[in-house]
Design a protein around this ligand. Structure first.
Ligand SMILES: C[S@@+](CC[C@H](N)C(=O)[O-])C[C@H]1O[C@@H](n2cnc3c(N)ncnc32)[C@H](O)[C@@H]1O
Length: 289
């Protein structure tokens, strides 16, 4: 089961603040939402969104004691305004970005180079674009561009070239094969597997992750009630930069975390996923009429 990251820190931003309506935009296994529902019996409605039907099924079972209050929605959180209504006043919004451990651990989903499986990487199984499509059809220059921009991989061009050479011989269809091709041109650096950054770039591209948060964050701020709070946990620098810049530019909020909160030693030891997590929070200012 997925272990929720920075859960105590997340809860602390809502402590002693009544919540009526709450949106968890990345419900996952429902860990953060479960803890919040337990601490806030006054919650009337919690809208739990996930683009992964499998995650929603797990969360439904886990949150069954709170069933009448929870609305489970299969959607991309970029559709938040359509899901809650554009005039909604939400007391709290939370995003815990990226993939869950359940997604990473299922070899059939193709997120991990540690498990051989189909090159898929779609968080939403109903979407059409897969990592296999990108790897086998994008021009070499476009592959190099995403590896460099989204993966920050220094040997992006060498990786793209090796992929294009390999796919001329035979279609690349598995995570194992892709990891093998990458390992022939990128060498292990410290603890990082040679394919880490390339896989990260592909996942971000397949799910349009940076684009989606960029368009969602200003909409989410619009939907907060005055005094409502929003928290975002991101797992790499590009995401965190978008959150930081969006918060900084928005005149309707006060930033509650000058520096992002990170996991302490104990949590990082227990849960390696927590090591790169950064949590930022903001609060909607009262409206001046
Ligand atoms: C890190 S997990 C969330 C874990 C959750 N907070 C918990 O404690 O169990 C992220 C979840 O968000 C979902 N997700 C990521 N991006 C999404 C998006 N744009 N729209 C909807 N769901 C998304 C993923 O499918 C995944 O299930």
């Amino acid at each position: 089961m997925h272990i929720s990251v920075l859960q105590e820190e997340f809860l602390s931003f809502f402590r002693n603040r009544p919540i009526r309506r709450f949106v968890d935009g990345t419900l996952g296994a429902g860990g953060h939402s479960l803890a919040l529902l337990q601490e806030h019996p006054e919650i009337e409605e919690l809208i739990g969104i996930d683009q992964d039907t499998n995650a929603l099924a797990i969360a439904k079972e886990r949150l069954k004691d709170f069933a009448p209050k929870v609305r489970f929605v299969h959607a991309n959180f970029e559709e938040l305004k359509q899901v809650v209504g554009s005039q909604a006043a939400i007391d709290g919004i939370f995003l815990d970005l990226g993939v869950s451990s359940m997604q990473l651990d299922q070899e059939g989903r193709g997120f991990s180079f540690l498990r051989d499986g189909p090159l898929d990487m779609r968080m939403n199984p109903h979407e059409t674009l897969t990592a296999e499509d990108i790897i086998n059809s994008w021009p070499e220059a476009d592959l190099a561009k995403i590896f460099y921009e989204l993966g920050e991989e220094r040997r992006s061009r060498q990786a793209a070239k090796a992929i294009v050479q390999a796919r001329r011989k035979e279609r690349i269809t598995t995570t194992g094969k892709l990891a093998e091709i990458i390992s022939s041109v990128i060498y292990r650096r410290g603890k990082l597997h040679p394919a880490t950054l390339i896989f990260q770039a592909l996942r971000l591209a397949v799910n349009r992750e940076l684009e989606v948060i960029t368009s969602l964050l200003p909409n989410a701020i619009d939907l907060l009630a005055p005094g409502g709070r929003m928290g975002v946990i991101s797992f790499h620098s590009l995401e965190d930069r978008i959150v930081k810049e969006t918060f900084k530019k928005n005149p309707h909020i006060q930033i509650l975390t000058k520096k992002p909160l990170v996991a302490d030693y104990q949590e990082s030891r227990k849960n390696p996923r927590a090591r790169s997590a950064k949590l930022r929070f903001c609060e909607k200012l009262p409206q001046i009429i």
